[in-house]
Ligand binder design. Structure first.
Ligand code: GLU
Length: 425
C-alpha cells in the first residue's frame, strides 16, 4: 500500500525520514491536500547543525555534533525532546521533529514539532562531561529555543537532570530564571507532577481504550513490552496494577518471559540493584527477537525506531500493537500488519501522554501555579481518550487504518491553521 516491499532496500526501509514521508504522502493524498500546503508541510522549517568543543575529564577537548530541527511552528512553539546516542542522524531528528508536529496536532495541544540530538555515547561519559556537553549544546542553539520559540524535553538517554542543566544555562544567559524553556524538569525547579510516568500512563490509557473498542478483556490480557526504560517500565508497572499480564519484557541486552506474568515491582527493584534485567529470578531468559513474535494479545514496542520491519512483521502474533516508542514500525511492516488485520495504535497517538503532560508543565510554569498529580493524570488521560475516539472515528469514516487516520487528522489540523494564518511567501 505505501511502498512496495520489492522496490525498497532495508536501508531505505529503516530510514525514519523515509518512513515519515511515506505515511505523510499517503495521508496527504487521501486528504486531497492542496499542492502548496503539501510543499510546506513536507519540508522541515529549520535545521540547525552545530559542531562544538567539550572538555573531557582527561583535560583534552573533543568536538561533538548536535542537531535541532523545527519541523513546523504553525500551531505554536516547537516542542520535542533531545536525544543523546552514538547513531543520531539528521534524517532521524528530522523525522522525529515532524512526528512531534503530527503528535501535538493529534492530541490538539498548541505546539508545533521539533526535535534535537547530540551524537555521543552517554554510557561512556562522566556526569561532568555530560553536563559540560549539555550546557555548550544549549548555548549553541540558544537563539532558537525559548518558551515562545521551541521548548525541548527529555528523550532517549536524557532526563530531568539534563533538563535542569538546559534550564539553568538558558536562564544564566537571560539573567533570570526561565523555567518554561524546557519540560521534564525536576519537581522543585518547575517540573510537573506526573510528567515522568506520563508517556507510560498514556500507553496504558490507549491500551485500555483499544480493549474497550475491540471488546477484549483487560484481566489476564497477555502483554509483551519491548524496552524497559522510562516508557516501557512505567507502562509495564501501571498495566500490571490494572490487571494486564506482562508475559514478556524484551531489552536490547536480552529478554525475560513468564507465561504466568512477570512481577514488575520485583523486576524494577532488581533492575535498580543490578542495573540490568538479566538474571531476574521471576522469569525465564528468552532472546528479545523471539519475544517480539511470541504469543500475546498486546505488543508494545517502547524503545526505539525500526523494531517491527519486513523481517519480522509476518511472524507477529499479537492482535494489538501499541507504539510506546517513536517510529518502531517501518512503512513496509505497516502493510504486512494491515494484511494480518493487526490493530495498530500509532506512536503519534499512543505515546502522546508525555508531550501532553509537558504541555501542562509549560502551562503551570507560565502560570506559576502547580497542579495536583491527580489533576495532571486525569486531564492527560481525558485528552488521550478523546483523541483515541477521534482517530478511530476518522479511520471508520475514511476507511483507512489507524495510523493513516491519525496522520490525516493531524495534517488536516495543521493545514487548517496555515490556511487561516496565510502563507507569508
Ligand atoms: N520526547 C518525547 C516524545 O517523543 C516528549 C516530548 C515532549 O515532552 O516535548 O514525545
Amino acid at each position: 500500500m505505501l511502498i512496495a516491499t520489492s522496490a525498497i532496500t532495508l536501508d531505505r526501509e529503516i530510514n525514519p525520514w523515509e518512513a515519515q514521508s511515506a505515511r505523510f504522502e499517503f495521508a496527504a493524498r487521501k486528504l486531497n491536500l492542496d499542492e502548496n500546503l503539501w510543499k510546506v508541510l513536507s519540508t522541515p522549517s529549520r535545521e540547525i547543525i552545530v559542531h562544538f568543543p567539550v572538555t573531557l575529564d582527561n583535560g583534552k577537548i573533543e568536538m561533538f555534533t548536535g542537531f535541532r530541527v523545527q519541523h513546523s511552528i504553525a500551531r505554536g512553539p516547537g516542542k520535542g525532546g533531545i536525544r543523546y546516542a552514538p547513531d543520531v542522524t539528521l534524517d532521524e531528528v528530522r523525522a522525529l521533529a515532524s512526528w512531534m508536529t503530527w503528535k501535538c496536532a493529534v492530541v490538539n495541544i498548541p505546539f508545533g514539532g521539533a526535535k534535537g540530538g547530540v551524537i555521543c555515547d552517554p554510557k561512556k561519559m562522566s556526569r561532568g562531561e555530560l553536563e559540560r556537553m549539555t550546557r555548550r549544546y544549549t548555548s549553541e542553539i540558544i537563539d532558537f529555543i525559548g518558551p515562545e520559540k521551541d521548548v525541548p524535553a527529555p528523550d532517549m538517554n536524557t532526563n530531568e537532570q539534563t533538563m535542569a542543566w538546559i534550564m539553568d544555562t538558558y536562564s544564566m544567559h537571560q539573567g533570570h530564571t526561565v523555567t518554561s524553556v524546557v519540560t521534564g524538569k525536576p519537581l522543585n525547579i518547575g517540573g510537573s507532577r506526573g510528567r515522568t510516568e506520563a508517556t507510560g500512563r498514556g500507553v496504558q490509557a490507549i491500551c485500555d481504550e483499544s480493549m474497550r473498542y475491540l471488546k477484549m478483556n483487560i484481566d489476564g490480557c497477555r502483554v509483551v513490552i519491548q524496552g524497559f526504560g522510562n516508557v516501557g517500565s512505567n507502562a509495564a508497572r501501571l498495566m500490571m496494577e490494572r490487571g494486564y499480564k506482562i508475559v514478556g519484557i524484551a531489552e536490547f541486552e536480552g529478554g525475560l518471559s513468564n507465561p504466568k506474568g512477570i512481577d514488575i515491582h520485583q523486576l524494577l527493584d532488581y533492575k535498580r540493584r543490578n542495573n540490568t534485567i538479566l538474571g531476574f529470578g521471576g522469569a525465564e531468559a528468552m532472546p528479545s527477537d523471539e519475544l517480539l513474535v511470541s504469543e500475546c494479545e498486546i505488543l508494545i514496542p517502547a524503545a526505539r525506531e525500526n523494531v517491527i520491519t519486513s523481517r519480522n512483521a509476518g511472524q507477529i502474533k499479537a492482535k494489538v500493537v501499541v507504539e510506546g516508542a517513536n517510529g518502531p514500525t517501518t512503512a513496509v511492516a505497516d502493510d504486512i500488519l494491515a494484511e494480518k488485520r493487526i490493530f495498530i495504535m500509532p506512536d503519534i497517538l499512543a505515546n502522546a501522554g508525555g508531550v501532553t503532560a509537558s504541555y501542562f508543565e509549560w502551562v503551570q510554569d507560565r502560570q506559576g501555579y502547580f497542579w495536583k498529580e491527580a489533576d495532571v493524570n486525569e486531564r492527560m488521560e481525558s485528552i488521550l481518550r478523546d483523541s483515541f475516539d477521534d482517530v478511530v472515528r476518522y479511520s471508520e469514516a475514511h476507511n483507512v487504518n489507524n495510523r493513516i487516520a491519525a496522520y490525516m487528522l493531524a495534517i488536516d489540523r495543521v493545514a487548517q491553521t496555515i490556511r487561516q494564518r496565510g502563507i507569508y511567501a
